[in-house]
Design a protein around this ligand. Structure first.
Ligand SMILES: *[C@@H]1O[C@H](CO)[C@@H](O)[C@H](O)[C@H]1NC(C)=O
Ligand SMILES: *[C@@H]1O[C@H](CO)[C@@H](O)[C@H](O)[C@H]1NC(C)=O
Ligand SMILES: *[C@@H]1O[C@H](CO)[C@@H](O)[C@H](O)[C@H]1NC(C)=O
Ligand SMILES: *[C@@H]1O[C@H](CO)[C@@H](O)[C@H](O)[C@H]1NC(C)=O
Ligand SMILES: *[C@@H]1O[C@H](CO)[C@@H](O)[C@H](O)[C@H]1NC(C)=O
Length: 535
């Protein structure tokens, strides 16, 4: 399974923008001289209207967000910019259905047909995203498009013995087209459902240039076809947008609800609430809990989660990913329960620790009873470590046991057990979209749990055990933490220059994003198929 598609964060945003060019749909834009400062208002064509805004669907999700992704205005603008062009490239060329018309007059009848109508390219010089209570509106204005078509006419009259006909090509510049689409994103069955509420297009001006043909034809042609061509472009684009939106909705529906991490765990990335759409940001919360792929876990997820709209203060970064401490604690719990927080150290290339000789002054009885014998050290957490996130950093506490084993007659014989209370500091980082960490030992408290070799003062072992833990145990743990786990962002998106900020109970990853391209791959339709869909 690709972690890619994992139920994600930036997704809602990008999805949004996928339908953008779609924007060229069948709108009536209630505008008399629309300008950038005026809010885009869409008046749906009654016949086309899918559902009135006031009935916009509500999602069905309930739950607690352990990870909250919030896209800021700069993030929305970036996404809009990069995606508009990608979408345009994806939907053009667009083949439109043929149009027929006839004109009857006292002098006879002219039958006209235009065919091979192809919208070959389009430019958008202005676009905007509006996050409103009723939905997300993506608007593109001042769109210029180019259309090429073939025209043909046949003139018949009773006194003309045979029909007169002619044909040729025409180029049309579509000027000042405005398009917009409004849709809602709600949580549904663990993922997002995208529903188009309105979409529409308005064409300012068609600049028609006939190649060949008599001059009288021009006005006839314009009279017969101007409205038709506008209508066909509007309908075609509108239809294309709705098809794209439906494809996206299906794609969202098919997203996995769990991101597998390794053989042990997966992150539950179900979307827990409807995205919060505010005028300046969009927040999507996912559960974020680590779940075991094997045994069910004893971890109880708290009943309160991160609130939408969490931002890194004083940051103009595009996204803020907030990660709650219990996400990390659920991971600790799963790995503890799966037996991954225990290590047997019985081979160390350079150290002398694994022989009783090393311990001869620290634990004289051990050396006396088992002189110069090989040893092993068995380290095991005795409960899941707990991680606290605070404004001054990350700390983790763990209770563990260290068994001293002596190798005798090919067996490892436990001779003493020391209880350890460890407190560690950790530094969090983001590497290639993974959140990673590195732990260092802070406090270490020791107590003798049991011993077959008599009592010995464990505090004398402090410096040695600190060294053993720092040089042997923590490197094993850090090797895993260094890989980290993936943050739920799309694989087509790289986090750039992320800053980590520590807060009470959660951390912020404030980051810009770089879109590598390739999210938008609408299936290529055979022209005939498109035509069929349009009719
Ligand atoms: C798009 O813009 C470029 C340069 O601004 C221009 O050369 C091209 O013809 C335009 N395309 C359309 C379809 O208007
Ligand atoms: C919910 O999603 C699952 C896939 O995760 C799917 O199998 C199921 O049919 C969906 N249920 C509804 C009611 O859509
Ligand atoms: C879960 O908790 C029960 C009772 O507290 C305990 O017996 C069991 O071992 C725990 N399971 C795991 C996998 O730790
Ligand atoms: C399930 O629990 C058993 C015993 O506690 C453990 O040995 C095993 O590794 C666990 N498996 C997973 C996948 O957590
Ligand atoms: C990110 O985390 C996953 C899961 O731990 C791991 O498989 C992957 O190698 C990590 N990626 C990087 C670049 O470290």
């Amino acid at each position: 399974m690709e972690r890619a598609v994992g139920g994600m964060l930036l997704l809602s945003l990008f999805v949004t923008l996928l339908v953008l060019p779609g924007g060229f749909a069948k709108f009536d834009i209630s505008t008399n001289g629309w300008n950038e400062h005026r809010k885009f208002e869409v008046v749906g064509n009654e016949g086309e209207r899918r559902s009135p805004l006031k009935d916009a669907v509500r999602g069905d999700a309930t739950g607690v967000a352990g990870i909250m992704v919030t896209i800021s205005e700069s993030g929305l603008n970036y996404a809009k910019e990069v995606l508009v062009n990608e979408i345009l490239a994806e939907i053009t060329p667009l083949l439109l259905p043929d149009i027929k018309a006839h004109v009857t007059s006292p002098i006879g009848r002219v039958d006209m047909r235009i065919s091979h109508i192809e919208l070959s390219g389009a430019n958008v010089s202005y676009s905007d995203v509006d996050l409103g209570k009723t939905g997300i509106t993506v608007f593109a204005g001042d769109i210029h498009a180019r259309i090429r078509l073939h025209w043909y006419y046949e003139y018949t009259a009773t006194y003309v013995p045979f029909p007169v006909n002619d044909g040729g090509w025409a180029d049309i510049n579509v000027n000042g087209m405005q398009a917009g689409v409004t849709f809602t994103l709600v949580a549904h069955n663990g993922t997002l459902r995208l529903t188009v509420v309105e979409c529409g297009t308005y064409i300012d001006d068609l600049d028609i240039e006939l190649q060949g043909g008599a001059s009288w034809l021009y006005q006839l042609f314009v009279n017969a076809f101007d409205e038709e061509i506008r209508a066909v472009i509007e309908a075609a684009i509108s239809k294309r947008v709705l098809i794209s939106a439906e494809q996206l909705d299906n794609y969202l529906e098919a997203l996995p609800r769990f991101l597998p991490i390794d053989d042990v765990s997966a992150i539950d990335v179900t979307i827990v609430q409807d995205p919060l759409v505010s005028p300046t940001f969009l927040s999507v919360g996912v559960r974020g809990e680590f779940t075991s792929l094997g045994n069910s876990s004893n971890f109880t997820f708290p009943d309160h989660g991160l609130q939408p709209g969490l931002f890194c203060s004083d940051s103009s970064k595009m996204v803020t990913i907030a990660l709650c401490d219990y996400v990390i604690n659920s991971a600790a719990n799963v790995y503890y329960e799966a037996g991954f927080l225990e290590w047997l150290v019985d081979e160390l290339p350079q150290e002398s620790w694994l022989n009783t000789h090393f311990w001869r002054w620290l634990i004289p009885q051990l050396y006396k009873k088992y002189p110069n014998m090989d040893m092993a050290l068995a380290f095991a957490c005795s409960g899941p470590p707990t991680v606290q996130l605070q404004t001054d950093g990350v700390t983790a506490n763990a209770a563990a046991e260290l068994n001293l084993l002596v190798k005798t007659d090919g067996k490892s014989l436990p001779v003493a057990c020391i209880s350890l209370a460890l407190s560690m500091d950790a530094i969090v980082n983001v590497v290639s979209n993974n959140i990673t960490a590195e732990a260092t030992l802070n406090n270490l408290n020791l107590a003798l749990k049991w011993s077959d070799i008599g009592n010995f003062p464990v505090n004398l072992l402090q410096p040695t055990l600190r060294t053993v833990i720092s040089r042997v145990i923590l490197p094993i743990l850090n090797k895993r933490l260094e890989k980290g786990f993936p943050l739920p962002v799309l694989p087509a998106v790289d986090l750039e220059n992320p800053d980590i900020r520590y807060e009470e109970g959660y951390i912020f990853i404030c980051s810009n994003v770089y879109y590598k391209g390739g999210i938008i791959k609408l299936p290529r339709h055979h022209p005939a198929e498109i035509e069929k869909q349009l009719l």
